[in-house]
Design a protein around this ligand. Structure first.
Ligand SMILES: CC(C)(COP(=O)(O)OP(=O)(O)OC[C@H]1O[C@@H](n2cnc3c(N)ncnc32)[C@H](O)[C@@H]1OP(=O)(O)O)[C@@H](O)C(=O)NCCC(=O)NCCS
Length: 159
């Protein structure tokens, strides 16, 4: 498996991945692809601060992790600057084999390369992915009902 940066040619794949990340397994609600909490991850991809990596093998995309500064910022740095938020998903056939851990590491490097000092994410407290995020160095910084906000400092990735 290898990692490479997200390019404009990956947007259809990212659209599939964001649906996996945003909804529980099973049938999607009608109009899922047009919902604002879905489209905000993709529209105008390539804005300053956008960063992402694709995991691929044998010409097949396995999963993706990407981040961008969203309008609804869940976390800020010590100076009050908004932190980018991360999205991640691995295609069901390739889950639970270490792809997600590799993506998180590659995304941390890619985010540091575009100048971010930390990256945030939000996750349901009952999502098993919470353990993966903790192992990858994310720490809980806030809770809103069942949603947790986590942040990882990128100091270790600075060139
Ligand atoms: C979460 C996800 C990106 C992890 O990628 P992965 O390649 O499966 O993860 P890895 O093999 O590197 O690591 C395994 C860990 O991922 C988590 N995990 C595994 N399968 C998962 C699943 N179906 N859903 C959520 N998390 C899962 C667990 O923490 C697991 O660690 P554990 O075995 O100690 O419980 C991937 O499983 C996925 O896309 N799940 C569905 C979408 C989702 O929940 N996205 C996150 C929204 S915040």
């Amino acid at each position: 498996m290898e990692l490479r940066p997200v390019s404009a040619a990956d947007l259809t794949f990212l659209a599939e991945m964001v649906l996996l990340a945003a909804f529980p397994p099973g049938p999607l609600p009608e109009g899922a692809s047009e919902m604002p909490h879905v489209t905000r991850w993709l529209e105008d991809w390539g804005r300053p601060g956008d960063a992402g990596v694709i995991a691929w093998h044998d010409g097949e995309r396995l999963g993706a992790a990407w981040c961008r500064v969203l309008a609804d910022v869940p976390a800020r740095d010590a100076e009050g600057r908004p932190l980018p938020e991360l999205a991640i998903a691995v295609a069901p056939a390739h889950q639970a084999r270490g792809v997600g851990a590799r993506l998180l590491d590659g995304l941390a490097r890619a985010a540091s390369d575009v100048g971010h000092t930390a990256v945030s994410l939000t996750v349901n407290a009952r999502n098993p992915a919470l353990r993966l995020y903790e192992r990858a160095g994310f720490q809980v910084v806030g809770r809103d009902g069942g949603r947790l906000t986590m942040v990882k400092s990128l100091g270790a990735y600075e060139a």
